[in-house]
Ligand binder design. Structure first.
Ligand code: ATR
Length: 276
């Protein structure tokens, strides 16, 4: 039997155990997948434990996607370009980091490629998920400009400078400022990569008092709940909205392929999880 997991803090909101266990069963694989809550202060020792107890791989979520990097033996090209890891493969005592958020995010935003490449994009957040999003945006669908809006401005500045050679103008901004409404008004596409609005704090929105417009596309990487407070207010204003479910399934399918060499039947998995 092979063991897999998702590590995070918090991690109880994740639907990954349900999805991967269903996919293992569908392929007749003798594997299990569990959620493991790891306090940031204990990350190094807990990763060593996962390694010694023979876990074959794991997903990495908030807030470990960047801090895990020094604990890994190698990074694949995508994870290195992004500067964050959401999938680890463990083989023969070697931990290799990948970033399947790249494929997940690409699939999620593909229908909006035209809007993205002709407009200003407001990216909310500057963590690991924002890094993957910025990598995809600047390489696949370069917008006219990207505004990085983050609670901690230094983190937004660091992310902007990490991508300063991308060819896309990137402007760091505070998420808490008087000019927020105007900044959002100038952005046609708004993408939330923060955890604000995720279960159990579903009343929260990273853009609480902001008004949206009909011509805007608002994308939220959060998938629990399926419609966040942010998306609800954008939809009520007539904007086009998309939740994080498509990204969730596609990043999972890519992780599954890396671990098992097999293709996850995403359509079947969606039906099985009754969210088709
Ligand atoms: P991940 O790797 O999944 O992106 P992360 O690195 O912990 O997770 O990043 C979480 C993001 O959500 C960050 O941009 C964080 O803002 P800070 O850089 O200021 O920490 C943002 N975030 C989390 N909780 C938030 C809150 N209550 N309000 C605003 N932003 C928040």
């Amino acid at each position: 039997m092979q063991r897999y997991a998702i590590i995070g803090h918090p991690v109880s909101h994740s639907d990954s155990p349900q999805l991967h266990n269903a996919a293992f069963a569908a392929h007749g694989l003798d594997c299990t997948y569990e959620a493991i809550d790891i306090d940031p202060a204990e990350l190094a020792e807990r990763i060593a434990e996962l390694k010694s107890s023979g876990f074959a791989g794991f997903n990495v979520t908030i807030p470990h996607k960047e801090t895990i990097i020094p604990l890994l033996n190698r990074l694949d090209e995508g994870a290195r370009a992004v500067g964050a890891v959401n999938t680890v493969v463990h083989r023969d005592g070697v931990l290799v980091g990948f970033n399947t958020d790249i494929q997940g995010f690409q699939t999620l935003i593909a229908p909006y490629a035209q809007s993205i490449s002709t407009s200003v994009v407001a990216l909310l957040g500057a963590g690991g998920a924002a890094r993957a999003a910025l990598h995809v945006l600047t390489t696949a669908f370069p917008p006219k400009r990207v505004l990085i809006l983050n609670r901690t401005i230094e983190r937004a500045e660091n992310l902007a400078s990490a991508f300063s050679t991308s060819g896309t103008p990137i402007v760091p901004e505070s998420l808490f400022q008087d000019g927020l409404q105007d900044l959002i008004k100038t952005s046609t596409v708004i993408i939330n990569t923060t955890s604000v609005g995720m279960k159990p704090y579903t009343d929260a929105s990273p853009l609480e008092d902001v008004k949206f417009q009909k011509n805007q596309v608002v994308i939220d990487l959060v998938y629990t709940p399926r419609e966040t407070a942010l998306l609800k207010s954008a939809r009520n204003a007539g904007a086009t909205v998309a939740g994080g479910l498509e990204m969730f399934f596609n990043q999972a399918a890519e992780s599954f392929r890396l671990w098992t060499g097999k293709e996850m039947d995403v359509k079947k998995m969606k039906e099985m999880m009754e969210i088709g």
